[in-house]
Design a protein around this ligand. Structure first.
Ligand code: SF4
Ligand code: SF4
Length: 398
């Protein structure tokens, strides 16, 4: 709070408020002097822009929103359907009452709809759990988190064959709980993560999910003063490095023009991170056309909004607006390096009957390596909706 210079940039660049300079400065002063606010933050998308644009690197607005959310959830609890969508596997650290059925959430329910190949893949990932084994000096580690469990078929890449997969169905990086403001839970989860990652001190661990990567690389050290003593590496940096060294050989360049959906965590990590992803995508495709809001001004796919507001209808509308903006580029494909964005935009496209082609960057890589990705996002969107409806029925009768 002390380092804030009351410049108001956070509120000027907030895509939901977009205040002019004078109003933004006035609002900040009101917050500082505990006067009633003129503008409410009810439509926050959890997009992190207020932090990104702060010249002092402080997080007054976002922290305030998280704190407010925490108070609301502590007082009222979640709507029960939100708990079905969260990766909660550990009763002892859960923010939910004990009557919550931990075995019935989307990450468990979706297993029933896995293809045979996906079941095999999950078995392989579980068998590779390196934290139960002795670690060798030349082992390469890749961490697969919760959201890879919703569509494992995307992550069946030959380049991962030689790697040790760190995958445990009881482990979550904690990002969804951080985005909801559940700081007690985040702190309890940190002790679980500390123990889980204790074997990897000084090792490099590759992260597929930009959210998980950002949690370990920036959020935990910066906001919680926690170091896990391993080196997080981002997957696309690692792939790019190996393409440049000739260790990963692309067989073809894809004849697609693409537009890019950036992740909120990607924005948080800055222009260098965003441009590195573009460098990678440019190697794979013919052309990149940016949407109206791109790079540091990119908009949330709707998932971040759901994390902070728990309102599926508003999140859906925000996501739909973003999807339409991406479609306006008239490119062949919409591409994202964030699996959360891929799943959310695919769900929205499915719900409104759009045929938009949405791809994960790793699917593009698969094609450029000469393999054919399964690319069944539409079917998986349907699976997720059916699984969610099943959960409503199952939890109702619990
Ligand atoms: S997180 Fe995004 S939407 Fe929320 S207050 Fe900050 S800039 Fe605005
Ligand atoms: S939090 Fe940062 S961006 Fe917002 S008024 Fe303070 S210094 Fe400016």
């Amino acid at each position: 709070m002390n380092s804030c210079i009351k410049c108001g940039k956070c509120l000027q660049y907030c895509p939901n408020l977009s205040l002019d300079e004078i109003s933004a400065k006035e609002e900040i002063r009101r917050i500082f002097f505990s006067k009633p606010q003129i503008h409410k933050f009810n439509n926050c998308s959890s997009c992190l822009s207020c932090e990104i644009y702060c010249p002092q690197g402080v997080s007054i607005i976002y922290d305030k929103i998280l704190e407010r959310n925490y108070k609301i959830i502590s007082r009222k609890g979640f709507p029960s359907y939100v708990s079905y969508l969260l990766p909660i596997f550990n009763k002892t650290i859960s923010p939910f009452p004990l009557r919550f059925n931990y075995k019935k959430n989307l990450f468990v329910q979706i297993r029933k709809r896995y293809l045979r190949n996906e079941k095999k893949l999950i078995k392989k990932w579980l068998a590779s759990i390196s934290h139960r084994e002795q670690i060798e000096d030349n082992d390469k580690f890749i961490f697969l988190g919760c959201n890879q469990r919703l569509n494992p078929y995307v992550f069946n890449l030959s380049i991962f064959n030689e790697m040790k997969i760190i995958f445990d169905e009881n482990i979550c990086c904690g990002e969804p709980f951080y985005r909801m403001g559940l700081m007690d839970y985040v702190k309890k989860n940190i002790s679980v993560l500390k123990e889980f990652f204790s074997k990897y001190i000084d090792k490099e661990i590759i992260f597929i999910c930009p959210a998980g990567y950002n949690m370990f690389k920036n959020i935990y050290p910066k906001k919680f003063n926690i170091d896990f003593y391993f080196k997080p590496v981002y997957i696309n940096d690692w792939i790019l490095e190996n393409i440049n060294k000739g260790k990963i050989k692309l067989k073809k360049k894809l004849d697609y023009s693409v537009t890019i959906q950036d992740s909120c965590h990607g924005k948080y990590m800055g222009l260098g991170f965003l441009m590195q992803n573009r460098e990678f995508i440019a190697l794979l495709t013919k052309d990149i056309i940016e949407p109206k809001h791109s790079l540091k001004n990119s908009l949330c796919c709707g998932l971040g909004n759901f994390a902070i507001n728990s309102n599926p209808f508003i999140s859906f509308l925000k996501g739909l607006k973003r999807l339409k903006e991406l479609e306006k580029t008239n490119t062949d494909l919409i591409v994202s390096y964030c699996n959360g964005c891929v799943i959310t935009l695919s769900l929205i496209a499915f719900l409104v009957g759009k045929k938009t082609k949405i791809y994960h960057t790793l699917e593009l890589l698969q094609m450029a390596l000469g393999d054919e990705p399964l690319h069944m996002h539409k079917r998986r969107a349907k699976d997720l909706i059916i699984s969610f409806l099943e959960l409503l029925i199952l939890n109702f009768s619990f």
